[in-house]
Design a protein around this ligand. Structure first.
Ligand SMILES: *Cc1c(COP(=O)(O)O)cnc(C)c1O
Length: 348
């Protein structure tokens, strides 16, 4: 791997107390080109603008996928990744569905480790502080032919972050018109276009005072599937319930970690389809105790109300289970708690 270091770091100009999520990037980036049927030798170089042709395939047909992962610093300033092999597997799963060539594992981990070693000053210790890592791959071939490209660029860029939503809890709108994903589609993949298609319905919901949309099945809008770009959990009568993953639901790493932690804490977990009518009835009877979303950026995010057919359902104040699961997961990530599942991996 060729490494070109920056001559002077921008880090001294960064206000780490007031970071706007995903707007500030570290000094270096990882780049690897796919040309002539193979991935070339990767490179690490100063973070900088790219030059691509206006005909680059991704700009026309959206052939692009990405990942989101985090690095943490413990109290001894050691850098840790959380289940990075899951992100690696998933970006290749997404790539495969988008007809993008899979990326070699050795390149991914070497690149990640070198990049984090170079930019480790950007990772601040202390709970809430982390480095958001964004691997992504896109079709770079200059061609407007409507077929899979022959050239791609795989990159990793990193952004120092604090907590994602500053507000804490959110109000959500249950989708009755729009859909995020359909059977046989790309909902399970972290395809760039999945996000693009959510922006309009979400901005309409924002105008009505909601922060996110709860996506329902595309057939009848009858089943609850995901909360914006998070997986969704309900605590009903003491049982934690979440939709099973399938080709419409993203297999979240936070989701599966929360399920493992909850089970270890002795909480009953059910992975089964959940109807909108079920949570409305559970709310009515007082059985619905908590609703929360999970994802790498937010970790666990409590939902304080949901609306459906013009009616708003407000949840009980306080989310003890969401808080407990979040505390345990973050304790594992920041190395303040034991890691019984061996999820963390240091970078040296
Ligand atoms: C990334 C993502 C999630 C969360 O996955 P994590 O691995 O927990 O970060 C959930 N839903 C969608 C649609 C996503 O894109």
């Amino acid at each position: 791997m060729k490494i070109t270091q920056i001559s002077s770091s921008k880090i001294k100009d960064i206000d780490f107390e007031n970071l706007d999520f995903g707007r500030i990037f570290t000094d270096h980036m990882f780049v690897c080109h796919f040309r002539n049927g193979k991935w070339e030798t990767p490179e690490i170089k100063p973070y900088q603008a790219l030059t691509i042709e206006p005909s680059a395939s991704v700009l026309h047909y959206g052939q692009a996928v990405f990942e989101g992962m985090k690095a943490f610093k413990d109290s001894q300033n050691k850098v840790w990744l959380f289940r990075p092999e899951e992100n690696f597997k998933r970006i290749n799963l997404s790539s495969k569905r988008l007809q993008i060539p899979e990326f070699p594992e050795a390149h991914f981990f070497k690149g990640l480790e070198k990049l984090l070693a170079l930019d480790q000053e950007w990772i601040k210790p202390g709970e809430g502080n982390s480095l958001y890592i964004r691997p992504f791959v896109f079709a770079s071939q200059p061609s407007v032919q409507a077929s899979a490209a022959g050239e791609y660029i795989f990159m990793i860029i990193c952004a120092p972050v604090k907590a994602y939503y500053s507000g804490g809890e959110i109000s959500v709108l249950i989708a009755e018109e729009y859909s995020r994903a359909a059977s046989g589609g790309v909902g399970f993949a972290k395809a760039a276009g999945n996000y693009a298609a959510q922006f309009y319905p979400t901005s309409e919901a924002l105008k009505k005072g909601f922060q996110q949309i709860i996506w329902t099945d595309a057939n009848n809008h009858e089943y609850l599937e995901e909360a914006g770009t998070m997986n969704i959990f309900f605590k009903i009568n003491g049982i934690l319930v979440t939709s099973p993953t399938n080709d419409r639901i993203l297999d979240g790493i936070t989701r599966k970690s929360i399920i493992k932690i909850a089970k270890k804490e002795g909480i009953l977990v059910e992975e089964r389809p959940i109807k909108v009518s079920e949570i409305k009835e559970a709310h009515e009877s007082g059985a619905l105790e908590e609703v929360f979303g999970t994802g790498t950026a937010v970790v666990v995010l409590p939902i304080n109300s949901f609306s459906h057919q013009e009616k708003t359902f407000t949840l009980p104040k306080g989310t003890p289970l969401a808080n407990k699961l979040k505390t345990i997961l973050m304790g594992i990530q920041y190395k303040t708690l034991d890691d019984p599942f061996q999820w963390t991996r240091s970078i040296d």
